[in-house]
Design a protein around this ligand. Structure first.
Ligand SMILES: C[S@@+](CC[C@H](N)C(=O)[O-])C[C@H]1O[C@@H](n2cnc3c(N)ncnc32)[C@H](O)[C@@H]1O
Length: 173
């Protein structure tokens, strides 16, 4: 939420949380008056948890779809990804970036959270890639202006500490 404020994302912005799963980010956005929120996840079970929690009649589009094979039908002002990109490798990352290019408004912004260089090397049985803030900026390329970067020590419900890198960037064209 701090990075959202730094980017100056207004409540009328269209926000997508990719791999949002059961995250409470959607609740926080709705509490702040956001009126156009999309949560995409390949797991119907994870999305169902969020849907049940948030309730019906809220301005949220729930999309059950695998991200890399998803064809966005509109553009979003903010792309939020916490802990999806770090599961991707090689050509999958290229596809992710092409998708971001298609789905993000030309003056849109992105908030990315991924495991840091001293973060876990795997999660949920899957190998993860770890990123310093400079590497995330490099991935986004020259068309994005980095607004802020953060390091976060996330304490999981199971008592494990995971080191995250966060980056907030604005698209330049
Ligand atoms: C580690 S969880 C993070 C959930 C949420 N972003 C958070 O911060 O609490 C990763 C989520 O991304 C989803 N996910 C992973 N890879 C995905 C993909 N290729 N397409 C769609 N969802 C994906 C998983 O189902 C899961 O809900």
């Amino acid at each position: 939420m701090e990075l959202l404020d730094l980017l100056g994302v207004a409540a009328n912005a269209a926000v997508i949380d990719v791999g949002g799963g059961a995250s409470t980010l959607v609740d926080r956005l709705l509490d702040r008056g956001f009126s156009d929120v999309t949560v995409l996840d390949q797991s119907p079970a994870a999305l169902n948890i969020s849907q049940q929690r948030v309730g019906e009649g809220r301005p949220v589009a729930w999309i059950v779809h695998e991200l890399l094979s998803w064809a966005p039908e509109r553009r979003y002002d903010l792309w939020h990804d916490r802990a999806v990109l770090h599961f991707l490798a090689g050509a999958e990352i290229d596809t992710y970036l092409m998708l971001l290019d298609r789905a993000l408004a030309t003056d849109g912004a992105i908030i990315l959270g991924a495991f840091a260089p001293d973060g876990p090397q795997e999660c949920s049985g899957l190998t993860t890639r770890r990123y310093a803030a400079g590497e995330l900026a490099l991935l986004l390329g020259a068309r994005f202006e980095v607004v802020a970067q953060r390091r976060e020590l996330h304490h999981t419900p199971g008592g494990v500490v995971q080191s995250f890198t966060w980056i907030a960037a604005r698209r330049k064209n």
